[in-house]
Design a protein. Structure first.
Length: 375
């Protein structure tokens, strides 16, 4: 057994589903899954029901997370057509702003230039007043993170450039997108990006096998797109999972008759590190690449605080088959079930306390902190 000690990782893109979809996941189960994956900080998305679009809803979500979470949680606010930029007075209490301009799950899609212009201008004005948050300092606001595929990507790059607002591109999946982000970075646009494990390790070739369990937004891309992500890894700032649990029944598994429309998304927070360690085992990455993209860069981009006395211990040689029954996510499935993986999280220590060991979560509900919130 060869044990490596790594920092507690960050998953900068998860959907923990509370409030409104607790039957899929909640702050307890989602953060337990995070610890099992060596993740001690998650950043939670705003497309809940109701969406995290107003000061009251952000405060309510912070209370829910504070009562249940076993790892640290940052909360995104989201822009909506109905509430516009109502979140602005509490922007500093969110980890960042999320804007959806492409096909997604939930009601947060923005599709007018009027509103996009107002959202970027409002965020830039807020930053003029309070600044952008830097890692470890804790004051100011985070970046704008966008779900922007295909032609919506240059729209967002342009607004980011015009307003000098730091832009983070969620789940890049295609060759044309990663190549355009390289050009934008070379030209000085303040842009960073993330890639999910499912877009790195799965492609359209896997769809016949996975069916609805391979359906997410962005969709799985072609093998050439996957190759482009690996070729351009130097442009990829963050690995983040887009942990988006839906039940197997919602995916139409075991349900008759077959459902024409299923909600897009796959769980992933607890399988990211084992998959990346498996890639390292195969010589595609090294531990430094993982630490940079799952710790250093997300902390810098979102200005996350230090977690003192926090680390994870990983058996980098452990080989095993991933099974659904071993998972802590409430939905109990993974598109990677049946894969042979190398690398297992053995122990997690958060602020000096052993919170996960030997497959069991030891932390008490509510021992995780809600970052930036005024509780
Ligand atoms: O696959 C996805 N699932 N993409 C999204 O944009 C949303 C997410 C979800 O919340 O289920
Ligand atoms: Zn997402």
């Amino acid at each position: 057994m060869s044990v490596a000690q790594l920092p507690g990782l960050v998953d900068a893109h998860v959907h923990l589903r509370e409030p409104g979809y607790e039957y899929k996941e909640d702050f307890a189960t989602g953060t337990m899954a995070a610890l099992a994956g060596g993740v001690t900080t998650v950043l939670d998305m705003p497309n809940t029901n109701p969406p995290t679009a107003t000061p009251d809803r952000l405060a309510e979500k912070a209370r829910l997370a504070a009562a249940k979470a076993v790892c640290d949680v940052g909360l995104f606010v989201g822009a909506t057509h109905t509430e516009g930029d109502a979140y602005l007075p509490v922007a500093e209490q969110a980890c960042a702003l999320k804007i959806y301009v492409s096909d997604t799950f939930g009601s947060l899609r923005i599709d007018t230039l009027d509103l996009m212009h107002r959202l970027f201008r409002g965020w830039a004005e807020k930053a003029d007043a309070v600044g952008y948050r830097m890692a470890g300092v804790g004051e100011g606001i985070g970046p704008i993170t966008v779900h922007a595929e295909e032609l919506m990507l240059p729209v967002c790059l342009c607004l980011s450039q015009l307003y000098a607002v730091p832009l983070h591109i969620a789940h890049v999946s295609r060759r044309n997108e990663i190549e355009l982000i390289r050009v934008a970075k070379d030209r000085g646009v303040p842009v960073t990006c993330e890639v999910t494990p499912h877009h790195l390790f799965l492609s359209t070739d896997d769809l016949p096998r996975l069916g609805a369990c391979g359906d997410m937004r962005p969709r799985l891309a072609t093998p050439d797109d996957v190759a482009a992500l690996w070729e351009n890894l130097d442009v990829v700032d963050i690995f983040a999972t887009d942990h988006a649990p839906h039940t197997l029944a919602e995916k139409g598994i075991g349900v008759e008759p077959a459902r024409p429309a299923v909600p897009p998304g796959v769980p992933g927070v607890e399988t990211m590190l084992p998959l990346l360690l498996t890639a390292a085992h195969a010589g595609l990455l090294d531990l430094g690449d993982i630490i940079e993209r799952c710790y250093t860069a997300p902390r810098r981009i979102y200005g996350l605080p230090e977690q003192p006395d926090t680390w994870i211990e990983v058996d980098v040689d452990a080989g095993y088959e991933l099974t659904n029954s071993s998972l802590k996510t409430k939905v109990g499935w993974s598109p990677f079930a049946g894969w042979r993986l190398y690398g297992r999280v053995e122990r997690v220590v958060l602020r000096g306390a052993m919170v996960y060991a030997g497959g069991a979560v030891l932390a008490a509900p509510g021992s995780g902190r809600v970052l930036f919130a005024a509780l």
